[in-house]
Design a protein around this ligand. Structure first.
Ligand SMILES: Nc1ncnc2c1ncn2[C@@H]1O[C@H](COP(=O)(O)OP(=O)(O)OP(=O)(O)O)[C@@H](O)[C@H]1O
Ligand SMILES: CC(=O)N[C@H]1[C@@H]2OC[C@@H](O2)[C@@H](O)[C@@H]1O[C@H](C)C(=O)O
Length: 365
């Protein structure tokens, strides 16, 4: 009875690159996307970003009150613009992720947001999957499946998100449901913008390597890449997921390199890990559609085209907005939760059976 309710939902994502909050509205029943609505981006200022950076690695039992309040305040600010939304999908800010260890931690309390905004909020999307033995990430794959259906895809394709961390979804659009056996295979590919941003911050006081300009002027240290690809993560079968700062060895390997060479090497490390990940896909995708901020880095896109054996293009080629895809994904997932549908499956997080994650908090009164 619940399963087909069509809702106007706004999703909000504060990603691992720590650049700000993306928010985007869609109309969906959690199966199909009926239409795309408004979107907004609210960047963190330098002081807010410093608070977030300082909180990375923290768990709920650590002192996270300041960062939670920051997340709730900034989200309330951006989400209050979406006055028509019937439901909110609130991801929060991942501070720590160890699905086989302590769990997964997204800062920010959705119940507080529901009260402040007077709208029901779905949040804590990852915990149930982790509790059921899954990786708790990536969660965008069911939305990627809906996008593939919307574009009328018939052959396998891949959607690659290059945020702070990279993640890919291989999709067989001929299967009926995202939780059909074999419809999806998803996993985190490796580091993407996070180590680049961190190095640019530490060495140049900049937020990122804008347009890949510094990387374009550098030389890739192939020894560092070869060493990086020996990391045990690349020998694990997908589905699998990463914490933001899992690759300390890569950061150490570029520590003594000149700035341009260090950034070029980090940029190639992202591309090389994607190429490595593609080998685990059931069949070569027809093309790789790239979403997330990394698609705006021409040096990274050129390196991807160089090391991948299939065509690589920004997701705009298929008519979608690569800046807002993750926010839309959490709107879509919120609608699935509200409609009692699963949000992850064995092929997306390694969970034993399809599971519905997410807590629905309604405003009182
Ligand atoms: N013009 C550009 N040149 C180079 N890099 C860029 C450019 N625009 C965006 N980026 C990179 O993309 C990042 C933002 O990407 P995105 O918004 O996809 O990340 P996120 O949502 O935080 O990540 P995640 O997918 O890990 O949750 C920026 O921090 C920056 O590193
Ligand atoms: C634990 C966590 O927040 N993971 C993020 C992160 O950022 C990219 C990659 O690592 C992906 O696994 C995930 O985000 C996307 C939105 C996802 O769940 O699909």
């Amino acid at each position: 009875m619940l399963k087909d309710r069509k809702l106007r939902v706004v999703g909000a994502m504060s990603g691992t690159s720590l650049d700000g909050v993306d928010a985007a509205e869609i109309v969906t029943d959690g199966h199909r996307i009926f239409s795309f609505g408004d979107s907004a981006f609210l960047p963190y200022d330098a002081a807010q970003r410093a608070v977030l950076r300082g909180a990375l690695g923290k768990w709920p039992e650590d002192d996270v009150a300041e960062v939670s309040e920051l997340i709730e305040t900034v989200h309330a600010q951006v989400l209050s613009r979406f006055t028509e939304a019937e439901l909110i999908g609130f991801h929060g800010q991942t501070l720590a992720h160890a699905p086989q260890g302590r769990g997964t931690h997204q800062a920010g309390d959705g119940a507080v947001l529901a009260e402040v905004l007077g709208t029901p909020v779905v949040w804590d999307f990852r915990s149930a999957d982790v509790q059921m033995g899954g990786e708790g990430a990536p969660l965008a794959p069911f939305y990627h499946f809906a996008l593939a259906q919307r574009m009328g895809a018939t052959a396998p394709l891949a959607i690659l998100n290059l945020g702070g961390v990279g993640n890919v979804t291989w999709i067989d659009p001929s299967l009926p449901h995202p939780h059909s056996d074999g419809a999806l295979l998803a996993f985190d590919t490796g580091p993407a913008n996070a180590p680049i941003n961190d190095l640019m911050q530490a060495r140049r006081g900049a937020d990122c390597d804008t347009d890949g300009a510094l990387a374009a002027a550098g030389r890739v240290d192939q020894g560092a890449i070869d060493g990086f690809l020996q990391h045990p993560y690349f020998f694990r079968m997908p589905p699998k997921s990463l914490d933001r700062d899992a690759f300390t060895g890569l950061v150490e390997a570029v520590a003594e390199l000149p700035d341009a060479d260090a950034v070029a090497t980090l940029t190639m490390a992202c591309a090389a890990s994607v190429a490595q990940g593609l080998q685990a896909c059931p069949a070569p995708p027809e093309r790789i559609l790239v979403t997330g901020g990394g698609r705006k880095n021409p040096t990274l896109m050129a390196m991807l085209a160089q090391v991948c054996t299939v065509p690589v293009a920004p997701i705009e080629e298929a008519g979608f907005d690569g800046d807002m895809l993750e926010a839309q994904a959490f709107a879509f997932l919120a609608a699935r939760v509200a409609n009692g549908l699963p949000t992850s499956a064995p092929g997306t997080t390694g969970v034993g059976a399809p599971v519905g994650g997410g807590t629905l908090s309604r405003p009182s009164g």
